[in-house]
Design a binder for this molecule. Sequence first.
Ligand code: ADP
Ligand code: MG
Length: 592
Amino acid sequence: MNVVFLYVFNSSMSPKNIERGKNFMYILYNTNFIYTHLFQDNAYWRSKKMSNQVQPIYILPENTQRQSGKSAQRNNITAAKMVAETVRTTLGPKGMDKMLVDSLNDVVVTNDGVTILDEMAIEHPAAKMIVEVAKTQEDEVGDGTTTAVVLAGELLKQAETLLDQNIHPTVISKGYRLAMTKAVDVLNIISETASVKNRDILMQIAGTAMNGKGAESAKDKLAELSVRAVLQVLEQDPKTGEVNINLDDIKIEKKTGASYNDSKLINGILIDKERVHSGMPKHIKNAKIALVDSAIEIKNTEIDAKIQITDPTQLQAFLEQEESMLRNMVEKIKKTGANVLLCQKGIDDLPQHYLAQHGIFAIRRVKKSDMERLARATGGKIMTNLDDLKETDLGFAGIVEETKIGDEEMTYVKQCKNAKSVTILLRGGTEHVVDEIKRVMDDAVGVLANTVKNGKVVAGAGSAEMEVSRELYKYSDKHSGREQLAIKAFAQAMEIIPRTLAENAGLDPINVLTDLKAAHDKGIKWSGINVYTGKTMDAYKEGMIEPLKIKTQAISSASEVAVMILRIDDVIASGPQPEQAPPEQGGMPPMM
Ligand code: ADP
Ligand code: MG
């Protein structure tokens, strides 16, 4: 450590200037003297007992950034609001799409809240918390991501007004929490029951999720596919009537080169792979399927090995040895009685040839998620070691065959032991189109699964939010003072959904909200906005139906994150790690 001290003294010293750099210089000015410390290591402060010296105290690393109090709060709120504002224009059937271009110039065109936020690669910590809201919504319900984010933004906007009136964040938080609980209660009370058997309602729910998305023109077709898929994979307990559904049983596969209308539902699993060898049969009946997740290859040694061969017979023996090992692997599979091999890893040329000789249909590099799905559907077991593979580990499917879809070969695994596996094959003109249809289909399947599990639905088109808002205003009257203001602010924030639906449809939001309020006051609880006419409508009767969970989840996660952001009064961000300087070549080692 090379520390240079340059002392110039005076009676009272105060730090005036702190410069960042490899060598830190603390220049403490005074009337007559200047006192300078030059450190090799800036985090190091040698305690010097000197009279009258004021020493800076460091509790954080040097490049930490800190922001506290009101400015921290306001910055966080602004960042969160900006995120909400970004996705707000996409809400509803008349919402617009976003085009996102990443650093590799890949383009995504979408209307889906969570996808937009994901692609935006947001960095601000508070803004990231809003993105989390969208992700939770996506995981829990599968749809309603934009709604959740827009609500969170509006709750913060309303809170800002209260902060301006000097209402303390903890009071706002308390009011918001009360309002959130009440809102969820209200939704539960006003919700309607939807039975699994009511196919019409399921179609309407799928349709509502698809409104305004790129695939709208094929809405009926796609809604029908999603309903059929969900109904096929659900399991209902005959005694309790409880419904269970495993979304992994529904595989959504996409392929370009045809129109939406050519999309279809396939009973069984479609794998986006072709058989490895043209000598293999294309079509296998009564397939006994070996599922293997290790490579059918000779393993390369971990360390480089050199084999010295001194005469040609040795080379021949070596090759024969390899060949017989590979042949052995195939024999092991053959012996179990398998006529199909689905391998998660590679299959070498030679075993491909042997497999073809035995009439075994094989595909390689099957996705892990597909392997798991196949195991469940065919009742087979995924094996790693071929030595352990037995007949009982094999899965069963009525048919395994290769077919051409678009200009690519794919493999069908149909009539599985567990008939609950289905694949929705989505078609579309271009890659961007099918990608967006897939997102829409994910949403639709998500809301349907949620509906059949919970059996509770509410109406959309802003009706549920308006009713919640109305009830919250009433509820706020039971409270007094600042808490009441917070509950009222929450109630007002709920109006952002119908307001945004109206704005995005080019309607006058004030007129629309006035009409809606009047209708709700008259007791029409499902009065929502018809974005095409600007008039109010009974959204339930018109079939704008959504699962209850979409709304309860959106409201609770939005208010939780709003409260969390409100309560932050200090942001301490550690700066980037200082880059390691490359070791100097040749020169003198640094003096330390
Ligand atoms: P999210 O990501 O929140 O699902 P969407 O863009 O899918 O966002 O919009 C959902 C909103 O659009 C919901 O409030 C829903 O009730 C509303 N909505 C859907 N269809 C209609 C319609 N035909 N008329 C009015 N509102 C609709
Ligand atoms: Mg939606």
